[in-house]
Design a protein around this ligand. Structure first.
Ligand SMILES: [Cu+2]
Length: 92
């Protein structure tokens, strides 16, 4: 019993570490006027989430406007990367 608990604790620690590393790849987050969110990764590529938190695709080069009126040009379309981060957040 005690042994099982120890194994579980170390598994959780590993999952937590993986999550921390991946979130570390997100350099910046912007909220857009329409309520969606743009994640900018450290390499400058981006992924988007709609206002309901669903990962959405957008063509590179598309101009987006943040809540505070900044213009951002979409770079990349890192759907899989954002999905991976979200899956780790859910604990899958
Ligand atoms: Cu976009």
């Amino acid at each position: 019993m005690l042994k099982n608990l120890a194994i579980m604790a170390s598994t959780l620690a590993v999952a937590g570490a993986a999550f921390a590393v991946d979130m570390g790849n997100v350099a910046q987050k912007f909220e857009l006027k329409d309520g969606s969110t743009v994640y900018v990764f450290k390499d400058g590529k981006m992924a988007m989430e709609d206002r309901l938190g669903r990962t959405v695709g957008m063509k590179a080069g598309h101009v987006m406007e943040t809540k505070d009126g900044q213009k951002i040009i979409m770079v990349g379309n890192e759907l899989a990367r954002l999905e991976m981060i979200k899956a780790e957040k859910r604990g899958n």
